[in-house]
Ligand binder design. Structure first.
Ligand SMILES: NC(=O)c1ccc[n+]([C@@H]2O[C@H](COP(=O)([O-])OP(=O)(O)OC[C@H]3O[C@@H](n4cnc5c(N)ncnc54)[C@H](O)[C@@H]3O)[C@@H](O)[C@H]2O)c1
Length: 427
């Protein structure tokens, strides 16, 4: 099977590398030429374990094409991982101000149209599957991507080409592992007319050669929905755990970790322990934006309530509550950790950055330190007020000064002589 990949960014490159590791030749194209030039020089700015080593081991199997057309010509399955962004200020690191906004599909639509033109030049080729990975709201394949392609491709869908929606459930930093070991693989097709069945079958057979998760075939719309609701479910668990933290902080005797760890044991009815841990808000490039997009959809559908706006509001109000906690103490303010989670160098959608922004609104300019993001700012020499924004292992061992106050929403800092450690909500 010949594999193609269009859009080789943060998601694309590790997946391309993983597919090549399984023995496939992958034809790739990205219209950011400088990114491709960097990859060719083995310059990869991704926090992914051993990505440079893995990539160079399979470099002979990764062919960087000059155009989308070349990828379509040389591949039977063409994955599309083009960005569907929000404006940068809506990544969740500043207040969302109840904005409800769909993803921006202009890059994806433009790529899909070029793919459609390229399909017209491969009419004699074997069946080609276009597999869209990019995150989109339910209804986007049916209402936007397919109509845009249908008007260009001379043959109807199902006749020599098919279109699937195939989102990946990966976390930054473990992309290759998550791609090859998913809980399930979603294959969305337009089952309405039954004319796209072949595409899902080909895609499913390809996945059987690289991983053994259940392949779940459903409509485009259902697959789009599963992807988004999966992400926002994480946001809901996180605000739930953080609400418990806030209550415990104000309740003598109640300990957030005891409560969360006990709830995590509710295997029968309360699902997995992951994300049911108190700390900072949910972050990253996808989750806050997924809430904004679903807020927008809830309004469009005239829902009488907006759960997703509520998740974002609680996320912010908890961050503001931590800001107020810092401001109760005198001294310069320092946030330890800028990335949205440990073991990444990305600060997109970071709750630490949101905290810094909220402190700035209140007239306080904090220093933000991170082991992976360089800054010119020096840590204060005098006693200061620290907040552990990201639970980097290096902060567990951090030696604070006498007189420092350390606010620790994660509960990872041990006692230190002369230091006031506040393990929020923990006894
Ligand atoms: N990063 C993640 O953790 C993750 C996880 C699941 C889903 N997603 C979704 O996958 C999509 C891609 O995410 P990403 O993080 O890799 O984004 P990214 O911005 O890192 O990568 C997208 C790449 O597509 C390229 N591109 C844009 N238009 C193109 C075109 N016409 N032809 C060829 N290349 C083109 C860009 O140059 C860029 O390198 C988004 O919709 C995102 O929401 C991302």
């Amino acid at each position: 099977m010949k594999i193609g990949f269009i859009g080789v960014g943060k998601l694309g490159l590790p997946c391309v590398t993983a597919i090549a590791q399984k023995g496939y030749v992958v034809h790739c194209y990205d219209n950011n030429q400088s990114l491709i030039d960097d990859y060719k020089k083995n310059k990869i700015n991704l926090y992914e374990p051993k990505i440079k080593e893995h990539f160079s081991e399979v470099k002979d199997k990764i062919i960087f094409a000059e155009s989308i057309e070349e990828v379509v010509q040389n591949s039977e399955i063409i994955f599309v991982a083009i960005q569907t962004p929000h404006p940068p200020e809506l990544d969740g690191s500043v207040r969302h101000n109840h904005v409800r906004m769909d993803f921006d599909y202009k890059y994806l639509l433009s790529g899909a149209k070029v793919i459609a033109h390229a399909l017209n030049k491969t009419e004699k080729d074997p069946f080609k599957v276009i597999s869209i990975i990019s995150t989109v709201l339910p209804g986007t394949m049916r209402n936007q991507i397919y109509p845009a392609m249908k008007t260009i491709v001379h043959r109807p869908i199902g006749k020599g080409w098919g279109l699937c929606y195939n989102p990946f459930f990966i976390a930054m930093g473990t992309t290759m592992h998550d791609f090859l070991n998913p809980e399930f693989t979603l294959i969305g097709q337009n089952l309405d007319t039954g004319d796209n069945e072949g595409a899902g079958k080909i895609l499913s057979e390809f996945y059987d050669t690289i991983q053994n998760s259940p392949k779940l075939r459903m409509t485009w719309d259902s697959a789009e929905g599963v992807k988004m609701f999966y992400n926002t479910f994480v946001g809901m668990k996180v605000i739930f755990a953080n609400t418990i933290m806030q209550i415990c902080h104000n309740m003598p005797g109640a300990d957030v970790d005891t409560i969360c760890k006990t709830l995590q044991k509710g295997h029968d009815r309360l699902i997995s322990p992951r994300y049911l841990n108190a700390g900072m808000g949910d972050g990253g490039a996808c989750h806050p934006r997924d809430n904004l997009a679903l807020s927008y959809l809830s309004d469009q559908l005239g829902l009488p309530y907006n759960l997703f706006d509520f998740i974002m509001t609680v996320r912010e109000q908890q961050t503001e509550w931590l800001a107020e906690l810092m401001l109760q103490y005198d001294g310069p303010k320092v946030i330890l950790g800028k990335t949205y989670k440990p073991h990444t160098n990305l600060a997109i959608g970071s709750p630490s950055v949101l905290l810094a922004n909220i402190l700035k609104e209140k007239g306080c300019n904090p220093i933000v330190h991170d082991p992976e993001i360089a800054t010119d700012e020096e840590l204060p020499k005098e006693a200061a007020v620290y907040l552990i924004g990201t639970s980097w292992p290096v902060y567990r061992e951090w030696q604070f000064k006498k007189g420092d106050v350390v606010i620790d929403p994660w509960g990872i800092i041990g006692d230190q002589e002369g230091v006031n450690v506040i393990r929020v909500g923990r006894k």
